[in-house]
Design a protein around this ligand. Structure first.
Ligand SMILES: Cc1cc2nc3c(=O)[nH]c(=O)nc-3n(C[C@H](O)[C@H](O)[C@H](O)COP(=O)(O)OP(=O)(O)OC[C@H]3O[C@@H](n4cnc5c(N)ncnc54)[C@H](O)[C@@H]3O)c2cc1C
Length: 423
């Protein structure tokens, strides 16, 4: 039985390895459009490959998977982060978990992960066809016909689609003959561009804990914030960009952003903190007594935004001025004017609609022996190793489903032969 895996990325290679282990006699082929497999994995984590996360601070799948949380909750039970770590360690890859719970190879090199997977593909006799792009997948009576961009067709009884994210809608054209429902692809994980030049002049400033929100929506995220020469970035902004990826795309990346510079404190909490900060310092200038979590330059910028001159003494401030400062610190509104990439990292929100697949097997509901794994599906995560974890989990589940389905198919064929010995 021939199994064709379309895409030699994280999910495709992992699915191939696991399938080859479960079905040692299967004829497994990977068709990859680039000249080498796992090119993107080699770029992950800034070349260090953040291959998973301990999930220690993850309280719900929704927190890290803005799309596909329900599916991921189920799949993580089958193959979760501890399984990923054990899997790579069994293959001789030493791992380190950073204080932020991101997991990397101890070599700090993504090539360690690429080399490990490539070595296993060869050892398990998976046939890798690079520089072979699949143009279309057509269902036939015997299974599937893959029409290749370089000409010629490939026949297979089972197909696993692991073509990754789709920066452009045109990249989804290979599914057209299958009439599958797709969700239009839009980017996720990006930094925000702002018009405020004075804020941008503070480029490089980090605030450990803010809450970033899009006004008039339910989208909000907490975490560290980084001021850049273009606007804002850092974990809180990247998370917000992922949660609100489609909303921001639809609004042309124009929105009003609200920053709470005091994390999750309310305006009243901040007012109380300002009062207790001011009381022992009443004779000092507001600009010289900076709250501990904000740097002096940012504090001056915020005082200015609240129309308070930094030479004014705390004792000179009217109650309504203190209230205005607390209001600004808890809800500082800034105009978002666009998006810009976060390093080179991006993921796609959108892909094959989850309604098209059986969640427990990742098999197509409409087409037997057609499976999907990885970013090809409408599943994506925030940064921190969660996207690659999704690729490993799905690759693992597809391999199990495939081996069960093909074993059943073989049993049925054997039974049919027994029933009709003359055939
Ligand atoms: C720069 C960068 C850094 C990242 N860093 C991290 C990180 O540190 N941690 C993390 O968890 N996530 C990270 N991500 C996200 C993560 O890399 C992806 O979510 C993950 O690789 C998805 O795996 P996949 O197998 O679904 O897709 P991919 O790894 O993208 O693989 C898909 C493969 O399919 C091939 N393909 C596509 N169409 C066809 C076709 N028609 N025919 C044949 N082949 C085809 C592509 O060439 C590609 O090799 C990063 C992403 C980027 C871009």
């Amino acid at each position: 039985m021939k199994i064709a895996i379309i895409g030699g990325g994280a999910a495709g290679c992992f699915a191939a390895i696991e399938t080859a282990r479960l079905l040692p006699r299967a004829d497994i082929h990977i068709y990859e459009s680039l000249k080498r497999p796992l090119v993107k994995v080699g770029l992950t984590g800034g070349g260090r490959c953040n291959l998973t996360n301990s999930f220690r601070h993850v309280t719900s799948a929704e927190q890290v998977y803005p799309r596909g949380a329900r599916l991921m909750k189920r799949l993580l039970k089958e193959f979760g982060p501890a399984d990923t770590m054990a899997w790579f360690e069994r293959e001789g890859v030493e791992l380190v978990t950073q204080t932020d719970e991101c997991v990397f190879p101890a070599t700090q090199k993504a090539s360690t992960i690429v080399d490990t997977l490539t070595r296993l593909l060869a050892a398990l006799h998976v046939k890798l066809h690079c520089a072979r792009r699949v143009k279309a997948i057509v269902a036939t009576e015997a299974g599937y016909r893959l029409s290749m961009a370089d000409g010629g067709d490939v026949e297979a009884q089972a197909v696993v689609v692991t073509t990754g994210g789709y920066p452009r809608e045109a990249s989804m054209s290979l599914f057209r003959p299958l009439a599958l429902k797709t969700v239009p692809p839009v980017p996720s994980l990006f930094s925000f561009t702002l018009a405020d030049d004075r804020l941008k002049a503070l480029s490089g400033t980090v605030v450990e804990q803010v809450t970033a929100r899009l006004t008039t929506t339910k989208f909000k995220a907490t975490g560290a914030l980084l001021i850049t020469h273009m606007g804002l970035s850092g974990p809180a902004i990247l998370k917000l960009s992922a949660y609100a990826a489609r909303h921001l795309h639809d609004s042309g990346y124009r929105a009003t952003l609200s920053i709470n510079w005091w994390g999750e404190a309310t305006e009243d909490d901040i007012l109380a903190t300002l009062r207790s900060h001011a009381a022992p310092r009443s004779a000092r200038q507001t600009g010289t007594t900076t709250p501990s979590h904000l740097c002096r330059r940012l504090w001056h910028y915020l005082l200015d935004a609240a129309h308070i001159a930094p030479h004014r003494r705390w004792s000179e401030l009217q109650p309504k001025e203190l209230r205005r400062l607390a209001a600004l610190l808890s809800n500082h509104q800034l105009s978002l004017t666009g998006r810009n990439p976060y390093k080179e990292e991006f993921v796609t929100c959108g892909g094959i609609a989850l309604s098209e697949i059986v969640p427990s097997t990742l098999e197509s509901r409409a087409h037997r022996h057609l499976y999907f794994a990885g970013e090809a599906l409408d599943v994506d995560a925030v940064t921190g190793g969660f996207n690659l974890q999704a690729a490993w989990s799905m690759g693992y589940v597809v391999a199990r489903s495939l081996s069960r389905a093909l074993a059943d198919a073989n049993d049925n064929a054997a039974n049919a032969n027994e029933a009709c010995p003359m055939d």
